[in-house]
Design a protein around this ligand. Structure first.
Ligand SMILES: [Zn+2]
Length: 167
């Protein structure tokens, strides 16, 4: 059984629309059916930002709306709510995709010795690439030496463990 809790979903929400999205989703979880204007008033975010975030969340199915008509003005009103199941489903799919990518990267890091010039921003090269370039960096022309990836690998493992705990 795969479980994504609310905190994990909110992390995904943060990735989609930043802190604004988290605050809006939290508000809608507690009080479903709020309008754009009400959300704007209660979060003190600009109405344009509220609509932009809601649109982003709606694109991935995390929120949905019902259209009502204002009795006095005849204007259309959008009432929003969080689609928890879709949000959780989307979160799981996204986390699994990221996990796959990180695991592939870990396998690559574990089975390939990389070469590097030591300059931040320059590429790291496989043995074959380094040999082709006669062990000189393509970018800054400095000599290439074996790159110690143990810290990077350790960080990868941590990130993988963290994500695995989420799904
Ligand atoms: Zn370089």
């Amino acid at each position: 059984m795969v479980i994504v809790d609310e905190e994990s979903s909110l992390k995904i929400v943060r990735m989609i629309g930043g802190e604004e999205a988290v605050k809006i989703v939290r508000l809608l979880l507690d009080h479903p059916g709020k309008t754009d204007e009400e959300i704007s008033a209660e979060t003190s975010y600009d109405i344009k930002d509220v609509r932009r975030v809601l649109h982003k969340l709606n694109e991935v199915g995390a929120v949905s709306y019902e259209v009502h008509r204002d009795k006095d003005t005849g204007h259309r009103i959008f009432k929003w709510k969080v689609q928890q199941e879709q949000l959780i489903g989307y979160s799981k799919t996204l986390i699994r995709k990221v996990l796959e990518r990180l695991k592939a990267r870990l396998e690559y890091e574990n089975s390939n010795q990389m070469y590097w010039c030591g300059t931040n921003g320059c590429s790291k090269y496989s043995f074959e690439q380094a040999m082709e370039q006669l062990f000189r960096c393509k970018m800054c022309k400095k000599p290439l030496t074996i790159y110690d990836n143990s810290k990077f690998v350790e960080n990868l493992r941590k990130k993988i463990a963290e994500l695995e705990a989420m799904v």
